[in-house]
Design a protein around this ligand. Structure first.
Ligand code: SF4
Ligand code: SF4
Length: 63
């Protein structure tokens, strides 16, 4: 069964950290202070990060 995962567009991300704070699975980290990235093994596809992102940089995809 396909599972939704968060995908962060690093070209749009401004590394504000909002998504990190709302993720219930601690599945996001800021890479080198430049952009956020998700850990697919932890992400459960809840979509909270996408809703919190002021830059609209996160999409939920099927994996
Ligand atoms: S979709 Fe949910 S679990 Fe996955 S990174 Fe975003 S907030 Fe975390
Ligand atoms: S909320 Fe959006 S802009 Fe902010 S760190 Fe997360 S992905 Fe980047």
């Amino acid at each position: 069964m396909p599972k939704r995962k968060a995908f962060i567009n690093k070209n749009i991300c401004v590394a504000c950290g909002c998504c990190l704070k709302v993720c219930p699975k601690n599945a996001i980290e800021i890479f080198k202070g430049i952009y956020a990235q998700t850990h697919d093994d932890k992400c459960v596809g809840c979509g909270l990060c996408a809703k919190s992102c002021p830059a609209d940089a996160i999409e939920l995809t099927k994996n």
